[in-house]
Write a protein that binds this ligand. Sequence first.
Ligand code: NAP
Length: 259
Amino acid sequence: MGFGDLSGRTVVITGASKGIGARACRALARAGASVVGLARSEDDLAALKSELNGDGLAFDYKVVDLVAADAADRLDALMSAHVPDVFINNAGATRPAAFQDVTVEDFDDIMRLNLKAGFFATQAAVKAMKAFPRPEVSRSIIHMSSMLGRVALPGRVVYAATKHALEGLTKAMALDLAEDGIRVNSICPTYIETPLTQPLLENPVFRGFVAEKMPLSTPQQPIGQVGDLDGALLFLTDSALSDLVTGTNLVVDGGWTAQ
Ligand SMILES: NC(=O)c1ccc[n+]([C@@H]2O[C@H](COP(=O)([O-])OP(=O)(O)OC[C@H]3O[C@@H](n4cnc5c(N)ncnc54)[C@H](OP(=O)(O)O)[C@@H]3O)[C@@H](O)[C@H]2O)c1
């Protein structure tokens, strides 16, 4: 197996139906991985399966609501059926609001999905990994964090809190799981055009602000695109490339947080 060849590796990823997750499924399946995508929208998942299987690539999906009462049991069952070499905790949401305007419902919903559901989905993945003998190459957990796990912006208090928590979780998990040969890292993207950010980025003032803040922004590509994360995902997924990398974050922000 050469660098970037994921043949024989099983990747399970949450939030696979849209945006960054759907692109990750495409990129990792094209690198040879057998990818299992989880989300709620069956139509989107089925379309992705049809596209990827049609290209001869290995992709399957399971419809799971990560915040549903039965999520833990469903995740245990599906991780046992598709034991991941790599688990990507990607599903997430945002509900921008100034600190004083955050409701208990907003707080609970975003914390529940971005932090609690991601935490326990990852725990189910690790349980399945540890039930198998440690393979020759390390296994990998990737938390889809954000540059807002490192810095903040006005009106993003709850989202930033969840992503800062993911950064701490990454480091602590890396220490707990090193003895099992499981690496734990995060990816911290800047604004990327997806269904999540569309309502924000369709505002020309906000779009201009994002382009202005990102030193690598160009007139041709002012805003980050889902494909800009392919390299980071492949690097952290492929143990041949990142076997000694754990407990760290890979910032893909066009220089935003270097300022
Ligand atoms: N886009 C950005 O600028 C950006 C920047 C930094 C970090 N991120 C992070 O990257 C991740 C993906 O973001 P994105 O922009 O790709 O968002 P997106 O386009 O809104 O996609 C979110 C994904 O999460 C899934 N999801 C949401 N709630 C779920 C639930 N209860 N159960 C199962 N799946 C659920 C959605 O699928 P269903 O609706 O089908 O369930 C969808 O596949 C998030 O963690 C986000 O915080 C994004």
